[in-house]
Write a protein that binds this ligand. Structure first.
Ligand SMILES: [Zn+2]
Ligand SMILES: [Zn+2]
Length: 358
């Protein structure tokens, strides 16, 4: 079948709306008709650091299962699914020892299923959700409650998974912990609410944008600041009897901000890197103090979630009112509008712009 899709052809240029051809799902694979797809910061950064071009963009989406390859057991036609861009192999050493969050062979389809001008086309993060249809391994389409609105379901697939997961599973924030979150976009706000769900005592959120600071308060921040300044340092000291905080989350990807984050850590504290730094960025860490303060540095991909357990759980928590998502849903766009997001033509996109396919 043919379908419209947004393809990045060249580094440094906006992607374009094009047409791709899709093969039917192979064994253990499913065809999903996309209904909504969020535009994540990683989509935008692919313009400079995609591993290969051309590539079909998009990785945060939700839709309806339309066809099954043979042997598929965990989803059925008509299911509402969230696209999981880390389908686990189930066979590698880490999957076998119960650490599927560290899977060494995150699975794509068995063979290329998307073609552009008759050549196989790379798809971003095993997904490629800026396309009317996607073919993914069955683990890449995780059923959630059909009551879940599609735009909100889409957000679960990257921003919520990464942010809430960073707090709950990567850093394992505990009740009573003190937390700093640097950067409150679509992921950072979810780190804030993850810290709230974990019953952190103090959540200090930092973002330059007024609206996002207001949202951070709504999502669980106890204190907000526009930048990491002396004020933040004083606040951290006074709130923690001079100790510093148990957790800092860096959700922007800037080495300077990471170093400022380390300055706020208590003895035994952990800096969790959630934001994607440039591939050649370096962090000039002072190891002596870090060593004597017994601190930790953690990298975080996809919030170390277990997608088949956590994506349906997050949907349930939203439907019960315990996970907030409504404020994250930004402006709705058509697929053909996506290239104009990359050229900066929109000024009022909200936290997470959403592509609607209907
Ligand atoms: Zn993303
Ligand atoms: Zn694995």
């Amino acid at each position: 079948m043919e379908a419209p899709a947004v393809i990045l052809h060249r580094y440094g240029e906006a992607p374009v709306l094009d047409t791709v051809r899709l093969d039917a799902p192979g064994p253990g694979e499913v065809l999903v008709e996309m209904v909504a797809s969020g535009i994540c910061h990683t989509d935008l950064s692919y313009v400079r650091d995609a591993r290969t071009v051309p590539v079909l963009l998009g990785h945060e989406g939700a839709g309806v299962v339309r066809a099954l390859g043979c042997g598929v057991r965990t989803v059925a036609e008509g299911d509402t699914v969230v696209i999981n861009w880390q389908p686990k192999c189930g066979r590698c050493r880490n999957c076998q020892r119960g650490r599927q969050d560290l899977c060494e062979n995150v699975a794509g389809t068995g063979a290329p299923r998307v073609f552009w001008r008759d050549a196989p086309l790379s798809v971003m993060l095993n997904a490629g959700t800026f396309c009317r249809f996607v073919v993914v391994p069955e683990g890449g389409a995780v059923p959630v409650s059909p009551k879940m609105p599609f735009a909100k379901a889409a957000l679960l697939g990257c921003g919520v998974a990464t942010g809430v997961g960073a707090a709950l599973y990567t850093a394992r924030v505990e009740p009573g912990d003190d937390v700093v979150v640097l950067g409150c976009g679509g992921v950072g706000l979810n780190v804030v609410q993850g810290a709230r769900l974990a019953q952190a005592r103090t959540v200090i959120a930092v973002d330059r944008d007024d609206t996002r600071r207001d949202l951070a308060r709504r999502y669980g921040a106890t204190h907000v600041f526009p930048a990491v300044t002396e004020l933040v340092t004083e606040e951290v000291r006074s709130l923690t009897q001079g100790r510093g905080v148990d957790h800092v989350f860096e959700v922007v990807g800037l080495p300077d901000l990471m170093l400022q984050g380390i300055d706020h850590l208590a003895r035994g504290g952990t800096l969790t890197l959630v934001g994607a730094a440039a591939r050649d960025a370096a962090l000039p860490l002072q190891p002596r103090r870090f060593m004597s303060q017994q601190q930790n540095l953690r990298g975080c991909i996809y919030g170390n979630i277990r997608p088949t357990r956590d994506l349906p759980l997050f949907a349930e928590l939203y439907l019960r009112g315990e996970l907030l998502l409504d404020e994250l849903e930004g402006r709705h766009l058509r697929l053909e509008d996506v290239p104009r997001v990359f050229t900066g033509e929109f000024t009022d996109l909200g936290v997470r712009p959403i592509v609607r396919f209907e």
